[in-house]
Design a binder for this molecule. Structure first.
Ligand code: PMP
Length: 407
């Protein structure tokens, strides 16, 4: 077995006291054997598993770590807040400061409210749209990930048909399917819910077609429904102003989490004037939703992202990786397809329906100290330098060599 000592023994202990040994998207069972389940530490764009092996990280904790692990400015802001108190009888000053900062930054936002996870934020958006419109139907793309609760979980386990009775599915970027779904909703359309771009698991990624985005906006307006942008995964990596801002389409409501506090637990819903009243009427709460530490971390994260022009740095580094990988694949005669924004790259192999080539490729990279994912989009961070990308490329070159020999 390629699984080393402490990781192996932790897995065995976990099997007795943790369902399945681990659950959800971080369950390592979805990755080729040899990937560690347990980690000991991270720093910048590197992380170490519990057996002390070091990896150049291209998952960034599946998105949250946008500046790099343990960014000193963020951790210092969090530590200062911790010394004052995190979980109090209500929010701290940080909540108002953060809402002000986000409203100033995110084009469509006139207000912000906070929770902990992306699923909290997407669910709040859907509930708000229903509350505000008094209608029920939600139009959303099949295969799109919006969270892990019954209305949106990608897995049917424990989900009843009633949980989905008001969902109408479309194909992302397909205007005809969008129009048909809206027609089907009739006068009961509460919201059109869209991802920042198509980033379905195991699929090629697709940027939003501006015509699709504009049609979603006009159909929401014509039907007095909300346009909800799920920016949980892409938010703050592509731009600091909302991921559809560059194409000139503003949502009514947006859901955020992952990158907004560089790994501290925080989510946000932002909205425009039209939904302010609804948002003030909604009973939205959680024991930890006012936690001040993650809000202090978010304020520091935004400062660093803005000062360093984080999205542009990540785009340049992602493009350097993409160009290098493309040249290597061509040189080795291996057919691959790269897709999505450079900051959130996806590398899939052609003629690889069972992901056998992709799995072998990432395992060869892992053995050489580079942590990639064979099916999910990956993530760049501000901590990735040109030298780190070049190091990764020296490893992918060898990994492509292995794949080329198999063909
Ligand atoms: N929406 C999108 C687009 C996501 O990528 C995710 C998380 N992968 C979620 C919602 C749910 O976020 P969380 O896992 O924090 O609940």
């Amino acid at each position: 077995s390629r699984i080393a000592g402490l990781d192996r023994s932790l897995r065995q202990r976990a099997l007795k006291v943790v369902p399945g040994g681990m659950y959800g998207h971080m369950r390592v069972a979805g990755l080729p054997e040899g990937y560690p389940q347990f980690f000991a530490r991270g720093e910048g764009c590197y992380l170490w598993d519990v057996d002390g092996r070091k990896y150049l990280d291209f998952m960034c904790s599946w998105g949250p770590v946008v500046l790099g692990h343990r960014h000193p400015k963020v951790d210092e802001a969090a530590r200062r807040q911790m010394e004052q108190g995190d979980c109090l009888n209500g929010p701290s000053e940080r909540m108002v400061e953060l809402a002000e900062r986000l409203v100033g930054l995110v084009t469509h936002a006139d207000w912000a409210m906070f929770s902990k996870n992306g699923t909290d934020a997407t669910t709040t958006c859907v509930t708000l749209a229903r509350g505000a419109t008094g209608k029920r139907k939600i139009v959303l793309a099949s295969g799109a990930y919006h969270g892990a609760v019954p209305w949106c979980s990608p897995y049917p386990y424990g989900v009843t048909s009633e949980d989905r009775v008001h969902a109408i599915y479309i194909k992302y970027n397909d205007i005809a399917s969008l129009e048909a779904a809206v027609a089907q909703a009739g006068n009961d359309l509460a919201a059109i819910l869209v991802s920042a771009f198509r980033h379905d698991y195991g699929q090629h990624q697709e940027l939003p077609d501006p015509a699709f985005a504009r049609r979603a906006r006009s159909l929401a307006d014509a039907n007095d429904a909300a346009l909800i942008l799920d920016d949980v995964r892409a938010g703050f990596r592509l731009t600091l102003h909302g991921s559809w801002d560059p194409i000139g389409v503003q949502p009514d409501l947006s859901a955020w989490s992952k990158a907004i506090a560089n790994g501290y637990a925080l989510a946000a819903v932002m909205g425009n004037e039209r939904f302010r009243q609804a948002a003030s009427q909604l009973y939205a709460t959680g024991s930890f939703w006012c936690g001040a530490t993650s809000m202090a971390a978010a304020l520091a994260t935004i400062d660093v992202l803005e000062t360093a022009n984080g999205p542009e740095h990540m785009r340049l580094m992602g493009q350097r990786l993409r160009d290098g990988v493309a040249a290597q694949a061509a040189r080795h005669g291996v057919a691959i397809r790269q897709s999505g924004p450079a900051q959130m790259p996806s590398i899939l192999f052609e003629d690889d329906a069972d992901y056998a080539k992709g799995s072998r490729f990432v395992l060869e990279a892992l053995k050489r100290g580079v942590y990639l994912h064979p099916k999910h989009n990956m993530f760049l961070s501000l901590a990735h330098t040109a030298a780190d990308i070049d190091l990764a490329l020296s490893v992918t070159d060898e990994a492509f060599g292995v794949i080329a020999k198999l063909q």
